[in-house]
Design a protein around this ligand. Structure first.
Ligand code: BTN
Length: 275
């Protein structure tokens, strides 16, 4: 339908005032919620805010992104109001930066929990943080450190009401196409930000310890990659094949090849071959 947010009844705009009322609470993590009708990338907006000294807790949501970015230099594209595209500003002081690798996994954990709760879909995670329904991707997280700022931007993309002819790749899906009982963006965004705040505060309180905070064991429970035969395309262009056995204390995926020693992978594109 046309450009007005009020003409597509299947895709109403977010209720900004209600979201602010629900999320900007005293002593809560979230301090400011901006909703843009259109922006290039909410991750870029939040990184700029971090450089300008904005405190932790900023949330920027876009009804449409014109240059959305995904992991591994991919694009993230979605029609206006058909999904959730949001980024948050975290300043995890005093957690040591060596533990920041858990932030994207913690974001994935919040994403899968909230989607399951609101939609009643059988959702799971593919390492590190792709949201899967069945074997199709429905959402993901892009975590970016802001150099010199001790800040991390967590960007979340979730396909909510995309139709089949709107999917950017055939391997992906949306909550609506996957048969979600409820696919309203307002409760989804509320649940997502509440779950993210709860896990983040627990993790930060525990000094970023993935075991002490319970983040690692909760993540392991949600990660469909574990116990699966995988092929991992690594950043150096090589491929690693084997059984994914666990996620280590640094958040790396441990792969046991048919021959040779276990390898711990910090970044890569995982394909599930067989469970
Ligand atoms: C992935 O590749 O799986 C991660 C996708 C992350 C997309 C989100 S949408 C909101 C935020 N802004 C961006 O430009 N990217 C992230």
């Amino acid at each position: 339908m046309g450009g007005s947010p009020y003409t597509d009844f299947a895709r109403p705009p977010l209720d900004v005032r209600a979201l602010r009322r629900a999320l900007l609470v005293p002593d809560g993590l979230w301090t400011r919620l901006d909703v843009h009708r259109e922006t290039a990338s909410t991750n870029t907006d939040v990184a700029a805010a971090a450089r300008a000294g904005v405190p932790e807790g900023l949330v920027v949501v876009a009804e449409r992104q014109t240059a959305g970015r995904g992991r591994l230099d991919r694009r993230w594209a979605s029609p206006a109001r058909a999904g959730i595209t949001a980024s948050v500003l975290l300043r995890p002081d005093p957690v040591p930066p060596s533990r920041y690798g858990w932030l994207p996994l913690l974001g994935g954990l919040a994403l899968v929990e909230s989607v399951r709760r609101i939609t009643e879909l059988d959702a799971a995670l593919k390492w590190p943080n792709d949201l899967l329904v069945g074997d199709r991707k429905c959402g993901g997280i892009l975590a970016e450190a802001v150099p010199g700022e001790n800040a991390v931007v967590l960007g979340i993309g979730l396909n909510v009401t995309l139709r089949a002819d709107e999917l950017p790749y055939p391997e992906v899906t949306s909550l609506a196409l996957a048969g979600a009982r409820y696919a309203d963006r307002d409760p989804l965004l509320r649940a997502l930000l509440r779950s993210l705040a709860a896990w983040y505060l627990r993790w930060r309180e525990a000094g970023g310890d993935p075991a002490g905070s319970g983040v690692r064991s909760a993540y392991l429970d949600e990660c469909a990659t574990l116990g699966t035969d995988v092929r991992v395309s690594l950043p150096d262009g090589t491929t690693l094949a084997g059984r994914a056995t666990t996620v280590d204390s640094d958040g790396r995926l441990v792969v046991t090849p048919a021959t040779g020693e276990d390898r711990a992978v910090a970044a890569g594109d995982v394909r599930h071959v067989r469970r």
